[in-house]
Design a protein around this ligand. Structure first.
Ligand code: HEM
Length: 475
């Protein structure tokens, strides 16, 4: 029997389908910025080091400029690099660039729900609600500031136990960073020895590590396939389920003791919101949304803050001349007998500049999160269509290290945030929390981080450099 005729027909059919798909794709993405030539299926992955994806993307911008197309597997991504283009996109066209792109590690579990990976109107309402709720916790007797000061004391107690001997503060900083979010979200902090708390920290830590591992990068690049391939990356999903189970228990505890006249935490506020919205068939607020958003806040707020603190301490240890000046200001404005507070900030330009410079230099979310456009737009002469498979990758690190915005981008230099008279000077190229739309919630986030840093440092520093201060002088 001669199969060659049938084989030819199959080949012609396959080739026609491929050509048809290519033609459709060309039509959909008819005017994207140029970039390296992709191969079928793997895209441009053969041109980068998967373990050093960010470094490779930065290098490609050296060849293709501030805006180029990179194929992550078969999905095209428009990579934005450098302050100017990031500002034009994230600030000047904030609404258009506010769509959420692919982040499979989070999406596998969140399924389009929750504040971090929600979309459309639901995401917008959730965001408004979260921002105003968290802002309200910024005030009053149990304000965020008070909670942070309190946590700083617990942290210091742990540091003091080491009696000025060298030690690794990582664990304690994670506990402290996380506890600040815990008091906001769950109304209370945990002891640093609490088994449940430690399990939660392990789950969060494990997910961050998995996301940045080669398996995590493969999941990011080939989500459709990697979802079905066995491997450590699948633990990300399981860890999220465990976090969600803990949150579910806390929600039940809150529900049983809920008092609308005395809101203790974010969960209480959400439960009340659910009651208010129960007769609204179009409500964006549901039990599932509450659980996912709570996990999101807990997850997003834990590792980020503690990593910033850890980097900060490390940077200061390497820059004794900065640390010296910082401490002179702390001694002069705050003195040894009280905790720092937000009001001190305006009188401490050098400390403020150091905190900002740490956020720039530590650069803990260098690639931001992938975005999409919310409508078809013309941008810098190219057409970016509103389709789910076109990701926008804001390389935030390229703004934070942009030589046109910072005179010494690769060095740790607090004068990046000081004017010639030593006054604090803002610099919009600092995009640690992203920019534009992201700035709405930064009204709470820097406060949290900055006060956290401010509270911890004066005390922590004294312990680290115990030879200059007796432990009794540290409040
Ligand atoms: C130094 C600490 C932090 C850094 C560097 C950081 C950085 C970021 C970045 C780069 C994004 C992506 C923004 C975007 O592209 O739209 C983000 C999103 C987010 N972060 Fe943080 N973050 C920090 C602390 C926190 C804290 C303490 C919380 C919780 C209170 C938090 C909650 C969130 C949420 C909910 C989102 C999603 C926001 C949205 O979809 O609009 N982050 N963060």
């Amino acid at each position: 029997m001669d199969f060659s005729g049938a084989l030819n027909i199959v080949l012609v059919l396959v080739a026609s389908c491929l050509l048809f798909l290519l033609a459709c794709r060309k039509k959909k993405f008819k005017n994207l910025p140029p970039g390296p030539t992709p191969l079928p299926f793997i895209g441009n992955m053969h041109q980068v080091d998967v373990k050093e994806l960010i470094k490779s993307l930065r290098e490609l911008s050296g060849t293709y400029g501030p805006m180029y197309t990179f194929h992550l597997g078969s999905r095209p991504c428009v990579v934005l690099s450098g302050y100017k283009v990031l500002k034009e996109a994230l600030i000047d066209k904030a609404e258009e660039f506010s769509g959420r792109g692919d982040f499979p590690a989070v999406q596998m579990w969140s399924n389009g729900n929750g504040i971090v990976y929600g979309t459309g109107e639901r995401w917008r309402s959730l965001r408004r609600f979260a921002i105003s709720t968290l802002k309200n916790f910024g005030m009053g007797k149990r304000s965020l500031e008070e909670r942070i000061k309190e946590e700083a004391q617990f942290l210091m107690a742990e540091f003091r136990k080491t009696q000025g001997k060298p030690f690794d503060p990582t664990f304690f900083l994670s506990c402290a960073g996380s506890n600040i979010i815990c008091t906001l979200v769950f109304g209370d902090r945990f002891e640093y020895t609490d088994k449940k708390f430690l399990t939660l920290l392990d789950l969060i830590n494990s997910n961050w590590k998995l996301m940045s591992s080669t398996w995590g990068q493969l999941l990011f690049t080939f989500p459709k396939i990697m979802r079905h391939v066995p491997g450590p990356h699948r633990l990300i999903y399981k860890n999220y389920l465990k976090l969600a189970e803990f949150v579910r228990e806390r929600i039940e505890m809150n529900r049983e003791t809920l008092d609308s006249n005395h809101m203790r935490d974010f969960i209480d506020c959400f439960l009340i919101k659910l009651q208010q919205e129960k007769n609204n068939p179009d409500s964006h607020f549901s039990e599932e949304t509450m659980s996912k958003t709570t996990v999101n806040l807990f997850f997003a707020g834990t590792e980020t803050v503690s990593s910033t603190l850890r980097y900060g301490l490390r940077i200061l240890l390497r820059h004794p001349e900065v640390e010296e000046k910082l401490h002179e200001e702390i001694d002069r404005v705050i003195g040894p007998n009280r905790s720092p507070c937000m009001e001190d900030r305006s009188r401490m330009p050098y400390t403020d500049a150091v905190l900002h410079e740490i956020q720039r230099y530590a650069d803990i979310v260098p690639m931001g999160v992938p975005h999409t456009v919310t409508r078809d737009i013309e941008f810098r002469g190219y057409t970016l269509p509103k389709v789910p498979d076109l990701n926008i990758i804001p390389l935030l690190c390229t703004s934070q290290f942009d030589p046109t915005q910072f005179k010494n981008p690769n060095s740790f230099d607090p004068t990046h945030f000081l004017d010639e008279n030593g006054r604090f000077r803002k610099n919009d190229a600092l995009m640690a929390f992203s920019a534009g739309n992201g700035q709405i919630e930064t009204s709470i986030r820097p406060r949290l981080v900055v006060v956290g840093l401010g509270c911890v440092w004066p005390s922590a520093r004294s312990v680290f450099f115990a030879e200059r201060f007796s432990a009794d002088s540290v409040k």
